[in-house]
Design a protein around this ligand. Structure first.
Ligand code: PLP
Length: 387
């Protein structure tokens, strides 16, 4: 690849083995899994096998997996689906101020439609505690939705502890594990969750495929109605090729996940230490050590516009990101950094570098050199214009 791709939390390159696994589904194995005949059975077998693989990878049962058209759709289905299945007297949702927009905007929408919502604040590292969640639980609380790993600053939330208090009060637990799945062990029983979101394209699979884990017995109603696919939870002919690609990506990822995470953690910490040591007025956003996703680096540079920095890095062939990949392409202040109490001047200068399985020490050396050179140059230019 030309340049250095350091935006793996936005998306990952599709592995060649994944493409290989998907191709037959676009060729001779084109059947509709709902058809009775040979072609249908073939597609159904591929779908079933994929469901088994995804279910097993998180310690769930195949019947507890609903394939969706994205991680976003899985988040929507978890939250809206639980609300649709609830009595009006139970429509209180607890969430945090640092959720992905797929949760944040969905909860805000439900709030406009009459649901009651508590958005919990976080500390300077982006963490919400189980105690804070418990304090917010009320008589009418139906659902707690807290992400497992934060896509902007890498914070890993204490989901196990949150589930424990939630369940003690008979409240459903949803977590968005899109960012953690490729880096940490994600087990629905260890995390003790009722609903859990995954997305294929963050683990070297195809875009446009997600999954929602729904623990058996969890009351949830569909948002998309039609032919009754996915046990009636999500109608529409399944994206068989995408789902097969998702399962292939899972199978490839599992045996290497722990080793990859350890390698990325080392590279991450060396890079962070280097920046802090040699670029003046640089600030790490988010936690350090085990509370941080192995692949996440997020820095603010005082008196530097994040957008200018990113454009200059892009020209130099370093592909990074502002904290959030916004569809508009323009950078708005990050709701995550605002929630963490990061002041506006630093918020505007934040950039995120997220490592992947092919990231090398040599690439990070180059990225560091470009970053140092660029921050120095941008600062000298702005000092100039003030004279
Ligand atoms: C990328 C992402 C999503 C959305 O997944 P899509 O498949 O792109 O819709 C949701 N949550 C988190 C934390 C993400 O990083």
């Amino acid at each position: 690849m030309d340049g250095i791709y350091l935006d793996h939390s936005a998306t990952t390159p599709v592995r060649s083995e994944v493409v290989e696994a998907m191709l037959p589904l676009y060729g001779t194995s084109f059947g509709n899994p709902s058809s009775i005949h040979y072609y249908g059975q073939q597609a159904k077998a591929a779908l079933d096998k994929s469901r088994d693989i995804v279910a097993e990878s998180i310690g769930g049962e195949p019947s507890e997996i609903t394939f969706t058209g994205s991680g976003t759709e899985a988040d929507n289905l978890a939250i809206v689906g639980a609300i649709l299945a609830s009595p009006p007297s139970r429509r209180h949702i607890i969430t945090t101020a640092v959720e992905h927009d797929a949760v944040r905007k969905t909860v805000a929408y439900l709030s406009e439609l009459g649901c009651r919502v508590t958005v919990l604040p976080v500390d300077i590292d982006g963490i919400v505690t189980a105690q804070e969640v418990e304090d917010a639980i009320r008589e009418d609380t139906l659902l707690i939705s807290v992400m497992h790993g934060n896509n902007e600053v890498g914070t890993i939330e204490p989901i196990g502890a949150i589930s424990k208090v939630g369940h003690r009060h008979g409240v459903l637990i949803h977590t968005d594990a899109v960012q953690t799945f490729g880096q940490l062990s994600v087990d629905v029983n260890e995390l003790d969750v009722d609903l859990l979101t995954l997305s294929a394209h963050k683990i070297y699979g195809p875009k446009g495929v997600g999954a929602l884990y729904v623990r058996r017995g969890t009351p949830i109603l569909p948002e998309i109605l039609g032919g009754g696919q996915e046990r009636g939870r999500r109608s529409g002919t399944e994206n068989v090729a995408g789902i097969v690609g998702f399962a292939a990506a899972v199978s490839l990822m599992l045996p290497e996940r722990a080793q990859m995470a350890a390698r990325m953690t080392d590279m991450r910490d060396r890079f962070i230490a280097r920046v802090i040591e040699s670029i003046p007025a640089s600030f790490l956003n988010g936690p350090t050590g085990e509370r941080r996703l192995p692949n996440n680096i997020n820095f603010s540079f005082e008196n530097i516009e994040g957008e200018a920095l990113l454009l200059n890095l892009d020209i130099a062939g370093i592909y990074a990101s502002s904290g959030s990949a916004c569809s508009s392409g323009s950078i708005e202040p990050s709701h995550v950094l605002i929630a963490m109490g990061i002041e506006t001047s630093k918020n505007r200068g934040a950039i995120r570098l997220t490592l992947g399985r092919e990231t090398t020490e040599a690439q990070l050396d180059s990225a560091f050199n470009v970053l140092k050179e660029t921050t120095t140059r941008l600062r000298s230019m702005s000092a100039h214009s003030f004279r």
